[in-house]
Design a protein around this ligand. Structure first.
Ligand SMILES: NC(=O)c1ccc[n+]([C@@H]2O[C@H](COP(=O)([O-])OP(=O)(O)OC[C@H]3O[C@@H](n4cnc5c(N)ncnc54)[C@H](OP(=O)(O)O)[C@@H]3O)[C@@H](O)[C@H]2O)c1
Length: 315
């Protein structure tokens, strides 16, 4: 039986032939979003590094509406700057921009090289900003359009081992908020989607598979994120957590930022001997699954919490 989120993502067919650009569409959340947009009738431009995967997806999505694959490494700011105008010239004005490309890391700040840190900022924040800069003038001129940025719940928390990732997502969140303020009433909308723990190839790799296994019950399907994210097209909204239960983070922060910090600092550490790498802080924080009585005991470290192991390994 189809899940409710899949049904909704496949529903709401639209007959218009708007244009949507989706970065990170070769996999996971971005792929689900691109598929749902195509089924709504949007022409799509698919951006990621793996050209062959994109070409195959574009062939599939073209059954609904024309789809253009663009193989591009968003960590290369120069390539992005030179290629983006050409791509956009060829496809026409963009109605929906979704910035979903990204990858993570889970290791202490001093173990990240400046290059790794910079790459994280570039892919999650710099590239998204460049894409917005390229499409926004035309959206403003037409008085319509929507920019959907895929952030992360980790941007609200500053979890262990996520200096580059959470900082980049926090920058993306701030940019989204500022743009929404600057263009209030313009007809152009901005949304930041903050997923928790999503079952995608984001967590591939030996150690991340272990983390996925440890957090299986917290995993949500990427289709659920796509479904929630695309609802903002009909009902514009600046910020949304997926799942909604992560709103408890805002609640705890409002009651006591120190409490949230301690909870996150303790709970986001890897359990010694069982965890060597993860790519999203929300994964190991586990707030939504906490019962109220457990939230009261947040200061208590988990077994092995005090001995974080060295983190290595990337997808
Ligand atoms: N999974 C989670 O638990 C989770 C939680 C919160 C937020 N998020 C965010 O959700 C977004 C999508 O992640 P996902 O879970 O769907 O992961 P995913 O399945 O690994 O997809 C990541 C996408 O980003 C693309 N990408 C990565 N680096 C790129 C680069 N340098 N240039 C161009 N494209 C690049 C990948 O394509 P190529 O490999 O083909 O380049 C892929 O299409 C990310 O921004 C991530 O931070 C994920």
């Amino acid at each position: 039986m189809q899940s409710r989120s899949t049904e909704i993502a496949r529903g709401s067919e639209k007959s218009d032939d708007g244009l949507a650009v989706v970065s990170g569409s070769s996999s996971g959340i971005g792929r689900e979003i691109a598929g749902a947009l195509a089924r709504r009738g949007y022409r799509t431009v698919l951006i990621a590094r793996r050209g062959e995967v994109l070409r195959e997806l574009a062939r599939d999505l073209s059954r609904h509406a024309p789809s253009t694959p663009v193989a591009l490494d968003l960590s290369d700011g120069g390539a992005l700057d030179s290629m983006l105008p050409r791509v956009l010239d060829g496809v026409g004005p963009v109605d929906v921009l979704v910035n979903a490309a990204g990858q993570g890391s889970y290791k202490p700040f001093l173990e990240c090289t400046p290059d790794e840190h910079q790459r994280m900022m570039q892919v999650h924040y710099g590239a998204a900003a460049a894409m917005i800069r390229a499409v926004l003038p035309s959206m403003l001129a037409r008085g319509s359009g929507h920019v959907i940025n895929i952030g992360s719940i980790s941007a609200k928390m500053g979890p262990w081992g996520h200096s580059g990732y959470a900082a980049a997502k926090a920058a993306l969140t701030s940019l989204t908020e500022t743009l929404a303020a600057e263009h209030l009433g313009s007809g152009v909308h901005f949304s930041i989607v903050q997923p928790g723990f999503v079952d995608t190839p984001f967590f591939n790799g030996p150690s991340l598979r272990l983390l996925r296994a440890q957090n299986e019950r917290r995993m949500i399907a990427p289709a659920r994120v796509a479904c929630r994210a695309l609802r903002v097209l009909d009902h514009p909204r600046l910020q949304l957590c997926v799942p909604r239960s992560y709103r408890v983070v805002d609640l705890i922060a409002a009651l006591s930022p120190a409490l949230l910090h301690r909870l996150v600092a303790v709970r986001s550490r890897p359990a010694s001997g069982s965890l060597t790498d993860t790519q999203d802080g929300a994964a190991s924080v586990g707030l939504p699954s906490q019962q109220p009585e457990r939230i009261a005991s947040i200061g208590a470290p988990r077994h092995g919490d005090q001995k974080p192991v060295e983190q290595h390994g990337r997808r």
